[in-house]
Design a protein around this ligand. Structure first.
Ligand code: 13P
Length: 285
């Protein structure tokens, strides 16, 4: 059943859990996420990041995401991740996405506010929710301590709690992605998270906080983040790696010809198991 982001995060808030938001770029990814959520009877967020347009077009996978989410036995929000242009938000909303992220975190603050407001107005016409971001998360594989190995390198980009409060007041977004020590992709050293900052931001903004870069965070750190106000956790790299590694293992064991239909099923099953592990932690199961 289709939920928007605000509705699904209200469910999470009531139970003091976080909803997993898994990026998908194949049909097997969509199936893995929905099957995992249904088996555990937990709400879930299916999301598409435009950077994955290199693998499949939003116009092809998006309608499949919406259709399967509608038919799912659990609440599912279909979300656009890291939309940097209003045109891609519009495309996702036309397809039927129930939530969009406008990512203006790389823009000067005032411009980020102005474009995020436009995104909120646009999404309102479709009855959809909006996530936005201030502070910057690393985009590539690099250490949580910054490329130079110094903690200051990344912490200088952490979300400022006062600015977060002003941003939410000025834009009316439903959830805010904040920077507090996570990075996208693989960590090169142990992530070192600023839990106090999460709590301070949450107390000031009063809406759910989104964690990006969930892969590689320990179960204990996930729990602490959730205790302090994180309600949506974006997770991709480890599930994709789980699928790929399992395919590699199966291929190395098999002696006959390799068939792609087998590869796609192995990949899906291994991704599903990894997603289930993550959902169990996020839902405190
Ligand atoms: P990971 O790939 O590091 O899990 O992060 C996913 C993400 O934050 C997508 O926005």
């Amino acid at each position: 059943m289709l939920f928007d982001l605000q509705q699904i995060l209200e469910l999470a808030d009531a139970k003091k859990i976080a909803v997993g938001a898994f990026n998908v770029n194949t049909l097997q990814g969509v199936q893995a996420v929905l099957e995992a959520a249904e088996e555990l009877k937990q709400p879930v967020i299916l999301q598409f990041a435009p950077v994955h347009g290199a693998f499949i077009d939003l116009d092809i996978l998006g309608p499949i995401m919406v259709d399967l989410a509608e038919k799912a036995q659990v609440p599912v929000c279909v979300h656009l991740d890291h939309g940097e242009e209003l045109s891609i938000l519009h495309q996702a909303l036309e397809i039927g996405f129930t939530s969009v992220m406008y990512d203006g975190s790389m823009l000067p603050y005032e411009e980020n506010v102005a474009y995020t407001r436009l995104a909120v107005d646009m999404a309102a016409e479709y009855g959809a929710s909006v996530e936005a971001e201030i502070g910057a998360m690393g985009r590539e594989e690099f250490s949580s301590l910054g490329e130079s190995g110094e903690a200051e390198a990344l912490s200088s980009t952490y979300t400022d709690p006062d600015q977060a409060e002003e941003f939410v007041d000025e834009t009316g977004v439903d959830a805010l992605a904040c920077s507090f020590g996570t990075v996208h992709g693989l960590y090169l050293t142990e992530p070192c998270l600023d839990f106090e900052r999460i709590k301070e931001i949450r107390d000031k903004i009063g809406i759910p906080i989104v964690m990006h870069g969930g892969s590689g965070v320990s179960d204990e750190d996930f729990r602490k983040c959730i205790e302090n106000g994180v309600r949506k956790i974006n997770y991709y790299t480890y599930m994709a790696k789980a699928g790929g590694e399992y395919v590699k293992e199966m291929l190395s064991k098999s002696e006959g010809p390799a068939f792609f239909h087998d590869i796609s099923v192995w990949g899906k099953e291994a991704m599903k198991e990894d997603i289930k592990k993550a959902i169990k932690v996020f839902s405190n199961l």
